[in-house]
Design a binder for this molecule. Sequence first.
Ligand code: FCB
Length: 487
Amino acid sequence: MISAGAQSTPVDTSDPAFPADFLWGAATAAYQIEGAVDVDGRTPSIWDTFSRTPGRTAGGDTGERATEHYHRYRQDVRLMADLGLGAYRFSVSWSRVQPTGRGPAVERGLDFYRRLVDELLEHGVEPAVTLYHWDLPQDLEDIGGWPARDTARRFADYAALVADALGDRVGLWTTLNEPWCSAFLGYGSGVHAPGRADWTAALHAAHHLNLGHGLAVEALRTTLPRDARIAVSLNLHEVRPLTRSAADHEAARRVDAVGNRVFTGPMLSGDYPADLISDTAHLVDWPELIHDGDLATISRPVDLLGVNYYTPTVVSAPPDGQAPDSAAASEAGHGDGAQSPFAGCGDLLFHRAPGERTAMGWTIDPTGLTDLLLRLHREHPGLPLLVTENGAAFDDRVTPEGAVHDPQRIGYLRGHLDAVRRAIAAGADVRGYFLWSLMDNFEWAYGYGKRFGLYYVDYPTQARIAKDSARWYAEVIRRGTLPDPGV
Ligand code: FCB
């Protein structure tokens, strides 16, 4: 379990510098920035359908225009170069490359990513490709989506097409982004596309995402040059029990099982944890779901583990038989769904940790990141780690002079980068940090109201404005160390 009740480990913090070869990056995802949803052969993904469905996103926002990155990518790569980024993590839109989710690739779709990669390389920015950041082709959802086993195979075929097109120029690959969100927000609580609320479907989706990951790793290893590095990005929950009581520890164990070990178990240790199987036996016929050979496929070794972290998760058991109301699940910070996204945990209470919060309502607690990285280091020694997402939304405003002062974001980033440094000082092998996000974008069900960017996007004009945090991050990258507070 993730440091249930543990204090952060005291470590030597005397060396303020990051390792010389530390990778400094920023991240985005296709549906959140590209726009151009019906251009060059692209067909709808589940996020097009979901966001166009009334009531699903704040203000009815969709990714139809987003930040128009599909047409403005050259300008955006210049912004990255201005920051001095070492790497840029972006995702490929499956329905741009393979509109029905099967069959040959559409070259015009792939050409966009070829152009983007060339532009990055010309500016000295290493491309880091994520193959799947939640935008399943709608055609595949219509025949079952992730709860259907065949989707895993389709994903591996798609992975091979992208690897074939970009493998000569891209050295860092991520199969899935946050499969927990795809499975449990998409099919469990229903706050993400495709918006189903069925724990059994969600657990089936989790297994098929695991399988898709393993099959994609196999496909990538066959297609890519030998020195390509392959990762998966997981949003691992730093689960903390509200009190030291045995009941709260048991609650944290259950959330850890269905929030974390449902992925790390099969991917990194070759099996589903026994407690997860027994906790969810009333929802899933696991022996039928897991076919012979699946676990060997899912546990194909990765070169790096991507870790996405924003805030800890605090959980408790309800006092004697008191049923939680539906608001209790939303306190986990994953939106108000039809039911808890944590399958089989509908009886548990979630709490916001005390302290300052971001505009998402997420408590700012960098100790969670140190603890999470150190747990992974302990449990999976020898597996290099990469922070593939971390950042914060605040209510940014442009001043009459055209500046965006965001001291709170700088504070958040400083705290979390320091947390990474502490984990490194304590022995964790953390190779890099990708800040979420390069620029403001479509924040899923929250729409455009939540701004995570280093660059402010003025949506009516699509102007990009460097926030103070952009200059601060550029300085961190330039120095390879955290500047003194006040800089
Ligand atoms: C993560 C997602 C990313 C972004 C951040 C805020 O869960 O991977 O796309 O929405 O949260």
